[in-house]
Design a protein around this ligand. Structure first.
Ligand code: GDP
Length: 208
C-alpha cells in the first residue's frame, strides 16, 4: 500500500466521541515504551504524527488518524505502566476495553511486543482476553534491530513455545524495526488486504 495522506483527526477518552464508524479501522496497542509511536510514524512516513513518548504512560487517549481517506489508524494508550496509580489504570483499562469490544468498524488490532523481552504476563493476558472475546488481532514484534539475527530467531521461538502452551496456533505476526524501516510493507499490505475483505466492505457499505 502506498500512503498518500495521513492526518490526525481527534483524540479522546470516550468511544462515543470517536469519528463515525464509516470506514475500516485498525488499532495499535502495547505496553508503554514498546515503540508504538515510532511504528506509527514509520508506517505513515511522518516524523511525528504520533508523539514519541518521553514519559511512558503519559498519553492515555484514543488517537484517530485517517490514512489515504480510506481507513483509520488508531493509537491506543500503552498499558502496564507501573508508575500510574491503580485507579488510573482501571479507568484506562475501562475505556480501552469499551473501545476494543464495542467499536463496530474495528477490523483488527495490532498488539505490539518488544522482541527483546521474555514473554510478559500482561501481554499474554491481554491477547488471551482478546481471543476470549473473539476480537481479531495480530502481533507486531518491535525493535528487531536491537538484537542479533540469532537472538531474534531464538526470542521468536521462545514466544511461540510459550504461546503454544495455551494456544492452538501462533497468531499471525510481523517483525518490525522503526530504525531500519523493517516490517513496513508487510504490515501495510496486510491492512490493504483486510481493507478489501468482506468485513471491511460491509463497514463501507453500511448506511447511517
Ligand atoms: P511508545 O511509548 O510505545 O509510543 O514508544 P516510542 O515509539 O516512544 O519508543 C520508545 C523508545 O524506543 C524511544 O526511545 C524510541 O526511539 C525507541 N524505539 C522505538 N522503536 C524502535 C526501534 O524499532 N528500534 C530502536 N532501536 N529503537 C526504537
Amino acid at each position: 500500500m502506498i500512503i498518500k495522506t495521513s492526518n490526525f483527526v481527534i483524540s479522546n477518552t470516550e468511544m462515543k466521541k470517536c469519528p463515525e464508524p464509516k470506514i475500516p479501522e485498525y488499532a495499535f496497542i502495547g505496553r508503554s515504551n514498546v515503540g508504538k509511536s515510532s511504528l506509527i510514524n514509520m508506517l505513515t512516513k511522518r516524523k511525528s504524527l504520533a508523539k514519541i513518548s518521553g514519559q511512558p504512560g503519559k498519553t492515555r487517549l484514543i488517537n484517530h488518524f485517517i490514512i489515504n481517506n480510506e481507513w483509520y489508524l488508531v493509537d491506543l494508550p500503552g498499558y502496564g505502566y507501573a508508575k500510574i496509580s491503580k485507579d488510573q489504570r482501571n479507568i484506562w483499562k475501562g475505556f480501552i476495553k469499551e473501545y476494543l469490544t464495542k467499536r463496530e468498524n474495528l477490523v483488527c488490532t495490532f498488539v505490539l511486543i518488544d522482541v527483546r523481552l521474555k514473554p510478559q504476563k500482561n501481554d499474554l493476558d491481554f491477547m488471551m482476553e482478546m481471543a476470549l472475546k473473539s476480537l481479531p488481532f495480530v502481533i507486531v514484534f518491535t525493535k528487531a534491530d536491537k538484537i542479533s539475527k540469532v537472538q531474534l530467531s531464538n526470542n521468536l521461538q521462545i514466544y511461540r513455545k510459550t504461546m503454544l502452551k495455551s494456544w492452538e496456533a501462533m497468531p499471525i505476526y510481523f517483525v518490525s524495526s522503526a530504525v531500519k524501516h523493517a516490517g513496513r510493507e508487510e504490515i501495510l499490505d496486510y491492512i490493504e488486504k483486510l481493507n478489501a475483505s468482506p468485513v471491511a466492505e460491509k463497514i463501507k457499505a453500511r448506511v447511517y
